[in-house]
Each structure stands twice: as C-alpha cells, then as structure tokens.
Write a protein that binds this ligand. Structure first.
Ligand SMILES: C[S@@+](CC[C@H](N)C(=O)[O-])C[C@H]1O[C@@H](n2cnc3c(N)ncnc32)[C@H](O)[C@@H]1O
Length: 198
C-alpha cells in the first residue's frame, strides 16, 4: 500500500497548527473529553498527538492507512492500551466510541456510502460515533485558505476530491442520527456526535 503521508507525516501537526491554530485539535478532542466510553475504534487518527491527553484511558483499535502516521501514533500513544493496525478498517469488533477525525473528506461519495453503512455493525448498544472535519468554508478568506489546503493535499497526499462531501446526507442514508455538534471558525470546522437511528 502506498504511504500517501510519507513526506507530510512528520510535519502534519505543526503545519496544521500554523494554519488553524488549536481549532483542528480542539475539534478532535472536544467530545472525547465529555462522552463516557470504554473501547474505542479510531480510524485515520494521523500521528495520534491529539489524543495523548487521554493516555491510559484509551483502549481499543487504531487504524491508519499511512505507515508513517501509524509509526508516529504508536510512539505518541505508547502509554495507551490501543492496538495499532495498518490499512483500511476490516475488523469485526464492537466499540463504545467510533472516531473519524478529518478522514472522511478524502473518501469518494460511493466509498462514504458503503463505509458509513459497514461500521454500523461495529457500534455497541448505546455507543456513539464522533466525527470531526471541514465543512464548506464561509467568506472569502476561508475559501482561499481552503482552496490552498486542497491544492497542498493533492500535491503531498492522495487527496482526490474537489468539494466537501454532503456528510449529513451520507450519515442519514447509512442509518446515523445527529445528536450534538460544536463548531469552530463560523462552521468551517465541526465536531459532531451521532448515534444509530431506531
Ligand atoms: C487529513 S489526515 C488527518 C489526520 C488526523 N486525524 C488529524 O485530524 O490531524 C487523514 C488521515 O487519515 C488517514 N486515512 C485516510 N483514509 C483512511 C482509511 N480508509 N483508513 C485509515 N486511515 C485513513 C490518512 O493516512 C491520514 O493520516
């Protein structure tokens, strides 16, 4: 499997901090500080540095498609009881919390539909899914920065999309129901909590 973040991985968190300050990190952390959970499924968590604050509280599975990101994550999160896996999530486990941090924006529409449906079976009863990502930029400055960011990702990773997916439509179609959300930068960045609809 090609490591699309080989060049970017060591600098990813630092570059993101220059552009977004603490907001991307806060979006990844916000609901993890509030929600009760035991076993976690983290998909596309990158270098894992955003979750060091949870340390020993974290157990479950951490899936990364980038070997370089995974190597950093297993170092940054060595105090946790997470198991680290390279590739696309293919497990059969059941989790209290599924985390999708800034990972869905690179999926094609048809992949999103299949993926969001597939992981419904991995949620324990009363479990939650926490999703954080970019939403459509608001205003000229955000539109320019967003365009530059997409160009940068196309150059240095395997980013394939031109526009942000209509997340709510895909979640709804796959059987997820929005419970709560928090926004940063006027809604450009959001963290959302989903549960399975009845
Ligand atoms: C834009 S980065 C975000 C990293 C981190 N979550 C953050 O918020 O900084 C997307 C990450 O998701 C990983 N990724 C993309 N598709 C994936 C998949 N299908 N399964 C697991 N990881 C994936 C990439 O390797 C990359 O590390």
């Amino acid at each position: 499997m090609k490591d699309a973040y080989r060049l970017l991985a060591p600098f990813y968190s630092q570059i993101s901090g220059w552009v977004f300050g603490e907001n991307r990190k806060e979006a990844n952390r916000y609901f993890l500080e509030i929600l009760p959970f035991d076993k976690v499924l983290m998909i596309g968590g990158g270098d894992g540095s955003d979750y060091q604050f949870l340390s020993k509280k974290l157990s479950g599975d951490y899936w990364e498609r980038s070997q370089s990101m995974l190597a950093l994550a297993s170092r940054n999160l060595k105090e946790t009881s997470l198991d680290f896996h390279l590739g696309h999530f293919s497990g059969n486990g059941k989790y209290d919390l599924i985390c999708l941090p800034f990972v869905l924006d690179s999926f094609k529409d048809e992949e999103l539909e299949v993926f969001l449906k597939k992981i419904t079976v991995n949620l324990k009863e009363n479990g939650r899914l926490v999703f954080s990502d970019f939403f459509p930029p608001v205003g000229f400055r955000q539109k320019v920065v967003h365009g530059l960011m997409i160009g940068f990702h196309r150059l240095f990773s395997d980013y394939r999309r031109k526009e942000i997916p209509e997340y709510s439509r895909f979640f709804e179609k796959a059987g997820w129901q929005l419970l709560e959300e928090k926004s940063w930068k006027g809604g450009w960045i959001k963290a959302q909590v989903y549960e399975l609809a009845d």
